[in-house]
Ligand binder design. Structure first.
Ligand SMILES: *Cc1c(COP(=O)(O)O)cnc(C)c1O
Length: 396
């Protein structure tokens, strides 16, 4: 079976040839004097993707989950109270990680399809007269449901309550695909990874940490060794790494940043909106429904789509893979069997997205879904033809 077909899972994403080539490098000594010339600009340039001047970018060799662990263990102590909303598998997994680290986790249960409940955060924070809540944790883009949350609104809620809690944001499936404003939103720790918007292999957790979060390190007593920010920053300051760095990924990251800056971050965001909107027009033409409950919650990196009653979304994604050699995201958690996901982030063009829509349409038609073959593709084609921004060369 051809492995030329793009994947339509919301990470890991398609790796452009240019980045695969950039990662093809021979071993180099990371203690040699020239390592710093490769590594230091990567940290510096990543700041503009986070939208920060005052934040510090730090990376660990791990998947994104390790970034969550670093965020928690460096800033908090056992028994510390954190406030989190659960609205999908990823927000759930972050909650689970906090609980297993012995934090006192106050969970707000939300419907899957909703986003971070800023107003509820505000009233809980206002009622916390003892100021015991140390951090509010938000998943910017809930990859399981295709829901985008408004981080500026969460910041406003914290400020309106006059509460000193830190703001931690998981932006693994949004960074480098949708706008992120670390400084303007007053984020204290943002957590991302190499295998989604940066279009690389998995293996780098990429964090941005505010001065306020760094100041919380001394008092934080959760155990940490591998993920110790202080060790990493001390080594980074002299251009090094406290252990063996993922050199090939760092080379890939350098090239990824070049690609993003060549396209222009605003164009990258416009392209993601455009691809997402094409998918949404197709979903509408099929007569299917998104899991996300309102347009302001629509994610530009992944769409979770309910299958009609009586159909099994796992049978659909299996069929698309087995028959046409294309991967789509399965429904996760309580959406398993009920929804499938189309990932539309990273290295993708209009044409690639049309191929994904055409494929899932064939799979639905094969399985007797009540859709009209070609209707979704046509709706996306109409939209892509009429649009202007972010076209063709975008993900070359
Ligand atoms: C992919 C993802 C993660 C991290 O997962 P890893 O597999 O550990 O890289 C975390 N949060 C969200 C929202 C994600 O989409």
């Amino acid at each position: 079976m051809s492995n030329q077909n793009p994947v339509f899972i919301p990470g890991p994403t398609n790796i452009p040839d240019r980045l695969r080539a950039a990662m093809q490098v021979q071993t180099q000594d990371h203690r040699a004097p020239d390592f710093v010339e490769t590594f230091a600009p990567v940290l510096e340039d990543t700041k503009s993707v986070f939208g920060t001047q005052q934040g510090q970018v730090i990376t660990f060799p791990s998947s994104g989950t390790g970034g969550w662990e670093a965020a928690i263990t460096n800033t908090l102590s056992p028994g510390d109270k954190v406030l989190v909303a659960r609205y999908g598998v990823f927000s759930h997994r972050w909650i689970d990680l906090c609980a297993r680290h012995g934090l006192d986790v106050q969970v707000i249960e939300c419907a899957w399809g909703d986003g971070a409940p800023a107003a509820t955060f505000q009233s809980i924070l206002a009622d916390d007269v003892g100021r015991e809540i140390r951090a509010v944790l938000v998943t910017h883009n809930e990859t399981a449901t295709g829901v985008y949350s408004d981080i500026a609104a969460v910041r406003q809620a914290i400020d309106a309550a006059g509460h000193p809690a830190m703001l931690f944001v998981d932006c693994v499936s949004s960074l480098a695909s949708m706008p992120f404003e670390f400084d303007n939103w007053g984020v204290d720790v943002a957590v991302s990874g190499s295998q989604k918007g940066f279009m690389l292999a998995a293996g780098m957790a990429i964090l941005c940490v505010s001065p306020k979060a760094l100041a919380a390190m001394d008092a934080a007593t959760l155990p940490r060794t591998y993920f110790d920010l202080a060790d990493m920053m001390a080594a980074n300051a002299s251009g090094g790494f406290p252990y063996t760095p993922p050199l090939q990924l760092i080379y890939g990251m350098r090239e990824s940043l070049r690609m993003l800056f060549e396209e222009g971050l605003d164009n990258v965001y416009a392209r993601h909106f455009r691809l997402a909107e094409g998918v949404r027009r197709a979903v509408d033409a099929w007569g299917l429904k998104l899991v996300a409950t309102s347009p302001k919650l629509y994610s530009d990196t992944v769409s979770a789509i309910y299958v009609p009653d009586g159909f099994d979304s796992n049978a659909l994604t299996d069929h698309a893979f087995n028959t046409y050699g294309v991967s789509f995201g399965i429904g996760l958690g309580q959406l398993n069997g009920k929804a499938f996901r189309i990932g539309h982030l990273g290295s993708l063009t209009d044409v690639m997205v049309l191929s994904g829509l055409a494929t899932i349409e064939m799979a639905m038609a094969d399985l007797n879904y009540p859709i009209e073959l070609g209707s979704g593709v046509a709706a996306a084609q109409d939209y892509f033809r009429s649009g202007s921004q972010g076209r063709a060369q975008a993900a070359a």
